[in-house]
Design a protein around this ligand. Sequence first.
Ligand code: PBG
Length: 326
Amino acid sequence: MFPAERPRRLRRTSALRRLVAETSLSPVDFVAPLFVAEGRDAPVAINSLPGHFQHTVSSLHEEVRRLHDVGVGGIILFGVPSSKDELGSGAWDPSGIAQVALKSLRDEFGDDLVIMADLCLDEYTIHGHCGVVRSDGTVDNDATLELYARTAVAQASAGAQVVAPSGMMDGQVGAVRSALDDAGFQETVIMAYAAKYASGLYGPFREAVGVEIAGGGDRRSYQQDSRNRREALREARADVAEGADIVMVKPAMTYLDIVSDLRRELDVPLCAYHVSGEYAMIKAAAANGWIDGTAVAIEQLTAVRRAGADFVLTYFAREIAEELGR
Ligand code: PBG
């Protein structure tokens, strides 16, 4: 008796495997998160994100050139201000670090790659929350929307082609869309952090941007609860209804069910953020010689695509783009 089903037949050679592969992974599917710090004269390495830096505007340009050269699809910029305040005014200050860097990048790169701005306040606030904090310590949703609206307009004016509201306030996409439209930025794209979970995987990012949440607090009153699956669809549908052009799931690996759900239920482009802790885990295990970091990175990024994401925000963007080009 011969087996009736012989799936191994198609796995025999690498050419056959490539021909029948259901999922592809290429540099254009990557968006690289980058950090730019105010008032520095040299880039500073971020310990928990090996290979990443708080850039100066000039080292940022060099990095974006390298990313562009290897065909990476885009970058998303985070600003690290030299001083913070209660409301996070650096986020919308036209001479704030993110705006200065966005303008400078846009001058050099034009429309050659997609330049995105993360839109949030936590890097700019003393208390480290993503919004306006009331005297009782809670985060005021609607007062925050007004500040997101200002920030969106500042980022679009500076040259961001995509703004990415990441604070998980209700109504944030609608508020940003109408502010952009009123200011004449009808063509600025909104990529919504639609399903963003309160995760333990953001630790290295918080080192990267120097954010500590006041009083040992957390973001559980605005970011999603990891026990919930249906709720992600509710969040994403609301964002699309408010005008989101692209929706995101974050983190990636622990939420592939969510990626798959949103792919099935929505028509808009979908992405996932392979976050700082996901990168750091691979780097740390690889540094110990416990796993092959490159192989695991490719496996994970492929899994995100297989689950249904069109592209991936990843700290591996340059490294794996270089690897895929070999
Ligand atoms: C909030 C923001 C965070 C990340 C991206 N935008 C941190 C947070 O929600 O606490 C995390 C990204 C990462 O871990 O790579 N501005």
